[in-house]
Design a protein. Structure first.
Length: 152
């Protein structure tokens, strides 16, 4: 008489696979605790253009219509609560309604020379500040300004 078949033991992954899973889970918890990308929900660094105010007006000098320079200041806050270095703040500008941004440089303070173009007496511009901290990039802070010729 044949011997009855023995029941199969339940399938268990090899111990090496279980160990790898345990290490992977521990690493995910460590990433989440430190707020690293892919792990936790760390917020991007906030940015603020502190001056000039949104909607400010500036005049072209005299009748030259070449360009006018405007000073801007801004800041960004690091995830730990301190200020971001100037190199982490990137400025750009564009004519209002344009799709293309022109790089203006980096820093907490910058001067942008807005060129006169066309025949308009008044031109609206947008200025954008973005902060980067590691792999995180902030939502841009954007203000609008107007450069115009005032009557004599």
């Amino acid at each position: 008489m044949p011997e009855p078949a023995r029941p199969r033991p339940p399938h268990r992954p090899p111990r090496r696979t279980a160990w790898r899973r345990l290490v992977a889970i521990a690493l995910l918890f460590a990433l989440a605790a430190c707020g690293a990308p892919g792990g936790g929900a760390q917020d991007p660094p906030p940015t603020t253009i502190t001056s000039p105010a949104d909607g400010a007006f500036f005049a072209w000098p005299g009748d030259t219509f070449v360009s006018t320079s405007v000073d801007f200041t801004g800041s960004g806050t690091a995830g730990a609560g301190g200020a971001l270095p100037a190199s982490a703040l990137t400025w750009s500008y564009r004519r209002a309604g344009s799709a293309t941004w022109t790089s203006a440089g980096t820093g907490t303070a910058i001067t942008i020379a807005f060129p006169y173009s066309g025949s308009a007496v008044s031109q609206a511009w947008e200025v954008r500040l973005i902060a980067s901290e590691g792999a995180l990039t902030s939502e841009p802070d954007v203000i609008g300004i107007t450069v115009q010729r005032f009557p004599d």
